[in-house]
Design a protein around this ligand. Structure first.
Ligand code: ZN
Length: 236
């Protein structure tokens, strides 16, 4: 490990991408891209528009369980370290996460872009406007309907085959960044796995932190092997 290499200058602009690893260190199973099973279902069978059309009750039971799981865990030292860095850098800091839980917010981060959606938001399939929602919907009778139009309400989650949220607002800060810091992602889920290639083309410094090399390790200028909770608090 070469922690000392990672020093920020006062003029640096930091773009941070976080993934499943940082939530896993709080004890949270993240499912997406992990090949994990839930009640005998592959995640691809409960996290797609096709699954929603076929069995919205099953989909809501899955996301209700994930809400329960997320509410039962706490942010860890890595979440808190990122919030402290944001405090120092202000608008020279941008946090984009692939995670749908709210651990970054609870750890003190103020500006978080959830590119794969938010576990604690739902939206009407017709009105399409996300709203805060911590409820559990676990029976057919409990399935939520829109107060405005009566259409079904779905999780505000980017399912397999759907396009990540507001990509344009991600690429602008990536363009301005001087350092890209990627934490705890497998490097196999696109478009996020491609951020490092965009950054390299622009000559931006690229740093990876995780316990194992990511699939796209060769694209990074620095790979720091270690858990996010070990490494992040020591970096700045
Ligand atoms: Zn509606």
């Amino acid at each position: 490990m070469k922690h000392s290499m990672m020093k920020l200058a006062s003029s640096d602009r930091l773009f941070v991408l976080t993934g499943a690893g940082i939530s896993a260190e709080s004890g949270l199973a993240t499912f997406r891209g992990s090949g994990g099973l839930w009640n005998g279902h592959r995640v691809e069978e409960v996290a797609t528009l096709e699954a929603w059309d076929a069995d919205p009750e099953l989909v809501w039971r899955f996301y209700s369980m994930r809400r329960r799981d997320a509410l039962a865990v706490e942010p860890n030292a890595a979440h808190i370290a990122l919030a402290r860095i944001e405090e120092k850098l202000g608008d020279r800091f941008y946090l984009c996460t692939q995670n749908v839980d709210d651990l970054h917010e609870r750890g003190g981060s103020r500006r978080v872009h959830h590119m794969h959606g938010s576990l604690f938001q739902s939206r009407c399939v017709r009105c399409d406007k996300p709203f805060a929602d911590q409820s559990f919907y676990e029976t057919a009778a409990a399935l939520p309907m829109c107060n405005n139009c009566g259409a079904p309400v779905r999780p505000h989650i980017v399912w397999f085959g759907e396009i990540p949220l507001d990509l344009d607002s991600i690429y602008a800060p990536l363009d301005r960044a001087t350092v890209l810091l990627v934490v705890g992602t497998s490097g196999s889920v696109y478009p996020a796995a491609g951020f490092v290639h965009i950054a390299r083309q622009r000559g931006i410094r690229t740093v990876y932190i995780g316990p194992e090399e990511p699939a796209n390790a060769e694209a990074f200028s620095e790979v720091i092997l270690g858990t996010a909770t070990e490494v992040l608090p020591t970096l700045f």
